[in-house]
Design a protein around this ligand. Structure first.
Ligand code: HEC
Length: 349
């Protein structure tokens, strides 16, 4: 009996000391919680083990659907390009603005093989105390399996293959409806003036397009490519082809609209692109002026366009000025900076 009491007393005081010690440690603030101060190797190992075991056990009973369905993989490619590359990179995308500062570092998914169950679980629920968000809040299981299907195909993909598959990804309904943050289709009153012709690029319009800059001066091929890309970009926006737009944007693109602060690709895609697409959907667009020039490995293409549209039932004419800066890499041309501004020309009642 006496021994028993002693043991209880001893372990009780050890416990108490532990609690007091931990409280002093926490309250003193000496612990460095900065993401730029790495864990001790042993702490890191323990945390990794904790994550791996937790994900493995929680995902063990998941039923894996057919991940080889090409449509599924294509959809997943579009989702991945839109939401994941800023942290997990992709073939041809070797860095981003956010990635270097993340701790733990997100795995480069094109170089990591992750089991489908584990991947699904981690994507749906996220990972505590890391930057990995729980995508299950605003994406249904089908969408998440689409992403898993794509991730499983990612290792070994070349930049060209990656670009091709992302460009082919469908602008499917899931992107619009399954996405909590993607705005619904426009409910604006559609004017009767919207004709299929209004969606065409107005290249062969009767008004002359002025070409200036060095486009006449030799380096023609690259400039023509850059100008074609500016046209393709505008068309993809107007036709609501989300994935095409995303595929053309460099992961570290900076977007400035109307002189407001610059936003990242993710912010643009999630908060602005939908509205831009709805705005352009029924607009009649005419290219008035085009300027293109090469600056080292970059091409700068400025376009002035006339947009005729209806805002709340009223016809409106806007003059829009766009400057795209594009950069060529192994993976082809990408837009690295966008600047847009527009002003009304007249309000024809
Ligand atoms: C803001 C950065 C960020 C974004 C955006 C992000 N992730 Fe992650 N992800 C992380 C981090 C960090 C980890 C690693 C967590 C860890 O090591 O504990 C991670 C881990 C993962 C894992 C688990 C890897 C493993 O070892 O189990 C998968 C799968 C994954 N992410 C997929 C995705 C997908 C798909 C998307 C896009 C829908 C995405 N992530 C978007 C930061 C991000």
């Amino acid at each position: 009996m006496k021994l028993y009491k002693k043991i209880v007393l001893a372990s009780g005081s050890v416990l108490l000391l532990g609690v007091i010690g931990a409280t002093i440690f926490i309250e003193s603030g000496v612990y460095n919680i900065g993401a730029d101060d790495p864990h001790w190797p042993v702490t890191y190992m323990v945390l990794e083990r904790l994550r791996n075991r937790s994900v493995a056990v929680h995902s063990a009973d998941l039923k894996v659907p057919d991940l080889n369905n090409p449509q599924r993989i294509l959809r997943g490619a579009g989702q991945y390009a839109a939401m994941c590359t800023s942290c997990h990179l992709a073939p041809g995308i070797s860095s981003s603005e956010i990635r270097p500062g993340l701790y733990p570092q997100p795995p480069i998914l094109a170089q990591t093989k992750i089991g489908p169950r584990e991947a699904f679980w981690a994507i749906k629920h996220g990972i505590k105390l890391s930057a990995m968000p729980a995508w299950g809040f605003n994406h249904n299981d089908v969408t998440i399996w689409d992403m898993v299907a794509f991730i499983e195909k990612l290792p070994g993909m070349t930049p060209a293959e990656y670009q091709a598959i992302v460009a082919k990804a469908p602008p499917d309904e899931e992107m619009a409806s399954g996405h909590g943050h993607a705005e619904k289709k426009s409910t604006h009153p559609h004017s009767g003036t919207a004709s299929p012709a209004g969606k065409e690029m107005p290249k062969e319009h009767d008004h002359p397009v002025q070409k200036t800059g060095s486009s006449m001066a030799g380096k023609g091929g690259r400039l023509v490519k850059a100008e074609n890309m500016a046209d393709a970009f505008q068309q993809a926006l107007q036709n609501g082809h989300r994935n095409k737009v995303i595929a053309m944007l460099a992961s570290d693109v900076r977007v400035t609209e109307g002189g407001k602060e610059q936003v990242s690709r993710t912010a643009y895609v999630e908060h602005h692109m939908g509205a831009d697409m709805r705005f352009l959907e029924h607009a009649k667009i005419r290219l008035l002026k085009r300027q293109a020039q090469l600056q080292g490995d970059r091409a700068v293409v400025s376009s002035v366009r006339e947009l005729r549209t209806t805002v709340r039932g009223k016809p409106q004419v806007l003059l829009s000025q766009e400057t795209l800066t594009m950069k060529q890499s192994d993976a082809g041309w990408h837009i690295v900076a966008i600047s847009w501004s527009s002003k009304p020309v007249s309000n024809t009642e």
